[in-house]
Design a binder for this molecule. Sequence first.
Ligand code: RIB
Length: 277
Amino acid sequence: MKVINFGSLNIDLVYRVHDFARPGETISALSFSRFAGGKGLNQSIALARAGAQTLHAGAVGKDGGFLLDILRESGVDCSAVAIDDQAPSGHAVIQVADSGENVIVLFPGTNHRITEESIRQTLSRAEAGDILLLQNEISSIPEIMREAAARRMRIFLNPAPMTQAVPDYPLELTDTLIVNETEWDALKSHKLPDGLNVLKTLGAHGAVYNDTIRVPAEKVDKVVDTTAAGDTFIGYFIAELLRGQDIESAMKTASAASAWCIRRAGAAVSIPWRRDL
Ligand code: RIB
């Protein structure tokens, strides 16, 4: 069984600062780095480094070659990623403060140029029971969900970043929703379909599945950078399920992987391989 992750690929422009810039303020960055990122790319890397068979689908511009390199080096099949020479790749401007927290501004670029043809072609490679993983950084999410459901895939949706469109997505087609506290706050007042599984990630407070299974977060003495911690959790959680682990053990491994990630700087580069845990 494989995972098809239809997701964003971003160039992360990361500025380390003592504190985030406030409205009207100009501050100097302490350092600047350019990393591979995007919730989609990060989650594919976590899946593959955890050992799951992973096909990534999406689009990059001519500037996105290094994004594909790190995916391939991690074991991700990139044959469903289109190279679109009409637009630049998506990018993210990220401030990381001394606390390890971040603020992010996204430019979608090619992530918002997903075509009907690529949806049809990619999902024609799915078998019933395969997992479709989605975040909310690409265009055409409802169309992808409908096509995947028609092919009897299991849909895992991470609606990040949250937008007003999410409650109108065909959530009844979703097997599992994976949300952080902010995303859950925005969604919980809406009528959600019966039988939807909800996995909430709560940062330093761990994670909870369907309000019944709780797993604490691993203690981390020095948080360096929380970027991609949630993505690492999601990739490892799904990979563990595919290895036949139960929900609780999958959450525990995902939590350990996430703790490893926040002890290091960057997004994709800070995601552990299974042997690191
Ligand atoms: O989840 C972290 C990711 O969010 C970053 O890599 C950035 O690209 C944004 O998409």
